[in-house]
Design a protein around this ligand. Structure first.
Ligand SMILES: [Zn+2]
Length: 133
């Protein structure tokens, strides 16, 4: 699996992450799946209702808005992103939620160096290659 991310969408995600830091930023990734490729069409920055530096929960109103936009545009939710005060790999809590959202891509932004990691939990945890286009 590979995720294709446009430079402007990467910037939108990183800008939001930096603005919210040291709180965890979160968002919904809309786009399309085609074979082994996921193409990002829109990054929806969302409110973290937990207002926490170690946990996130997407505001339900932002979630509904993103779903409506996906439906209107013929896209789907291809995944979620959030920031970490640590390395860009899934925590135990992330893994628990990833199991509840199988086949969605989780992009994690490290607040340490703004590096990105992407993961998907199908039958097991797998890393997703990120290609900036
Ligand atoms: Zn996390």
């Amino acid at each position: 699996m590979k995720i294709l991310l446009r430079r402007k969408d990467l910037k939108k995600m990183l800008d939001h992450t930096k603005k919210i830091s040291p709180k965890e930023a979160c968002g919904i990734i809309l786009g399309t799946f085609e074979g082994d490729f996921a193409t990002v069409e829109r990054i929806k920055n969302t409110r973290n209702v937990l207002n926490s530096s170690v946990r996130f929960q997407i505001h339900p109103e932002d979630f509904i808005n993103a779903l409506n936009e996906a439906e209107r545009m013929g896209w789907e939710v291809i995944g979620f992103y959030h920031s970490h005060p640590a390395k860009a790999c899934p925590s135990a809590v992330d893994e628990r939620f990833m199991r509840l959202w199988p086949d969605k891509i989780w992009v994690i932004v490290s607040l340490i160096d703004h590096s990105l990691g992407a993961y998907i939990f199908g039958e097991k945890m797998e890393e997703v290659e990120i290609e900036i286009i």
